[in-house]
Design a protein around this ligand. Sequence first.
Ligand code: ATP
Ligand code: LTN
Length: 321
Amino acid sequence: MKKRVFSGIRPSGDLHIGNYLGAIKQWVGLQDDHEVVFGIMDLHAITTPHDPEKFRRNTLETAMVYLAAGLDPAKTTLMVQSRVPAHAELAWILGTMTPLGELERMTQFKEKSRELGTKGGIMAGLLNYPILMAADILLYQADAVPVGEDQAQHVELARSLAERFNNRYGKAFTLPQAMLQKDTARIMALDDPPKKMSKSDENARGYILLTDSPDAIREKIKAAVTDSEKKIAFAPEEKPAISNLLVIFSEFSGRPIPELERSYAGKGYAEFKADLAEAVIAGLAPLQERFRELETDTDSVFAVLRGGSERAAAVANKTLA
Ligand code: ATP
Ligand code: LTN
């Protein structure tokens, strides 16, 4: 039997190459030999400040990125979380068996509440976020959840809730596992390499958006922080900035890191960065072209989401029942 996979992204803003390399790119490779459902997690997105006017547009653009990156609606179920009420229902049930302490310990909750505490308070939805995420995963009996490293802790919680539920009420859920892409599970910010690349970063120089123009990409890479010593070598501990750039270069060019190290031995950062920028631009070009095409036919994108959400609801409702 094919393994089942579920993952999703919050439509909380424009997507960046961290989202692509850490998550979406591996999803595309899974759709042929797995049963896959990918969601646009709008109920999760409203746990942090958002612009209601822009919200519908963000949902649409996230779907357009999914399709432009190569997810094929004939093989993949693309759904919108709020269109399948079973997610919220199962989240309530799981919430009755989730200790408060486990939620308060979550790294994402601690980080986001530190940010939001100063901007008008922390809502219960932010704390309960991982319960809803567990419901997302368990409803589809997912074996594997391809995400970036920052989400692995949430998948662990989903697994322990599934175990707890199965032990108490009889086997209802498959135990899920996070599926991390070893080299790209954590793409770092260009302007601050100890931090992960994040779309809620205040400084746009930290991330490269999937929709950034060639000139914007060149400028951001030119301005990217480098390490003190001039050598171009992969050593994440000692040289986090250059190592991050090497990972990005390798992913977009298809050239292995050792080969890049050899070919830039003795060369300067300026030349390396110029070539890296061109590799990213060329690597993103097909996605960007397809994105622009979809922009002229957004009705068909909404139709994909409606059809996918209906299919997803049939599976989810069966588990809930
Ligand atoms: P926000 O800044 O709003 O929290 P984000 O940029 O961290 O957003 P998410 O929507 O939280 O992005 O993440 C979507 C997917 O992309 C998740 O699977 C997440 O693990 C992955 N991801 C996010 N940032 C990175 C990164 N820097 N490197 C690798 N994967 C990432
Ligand atoms: N929390 C995730 C988005 C998300 C998700 C999920 C990922 C919501 N529900 C279920 C995998 C499985 C994030 O990327 N911030």
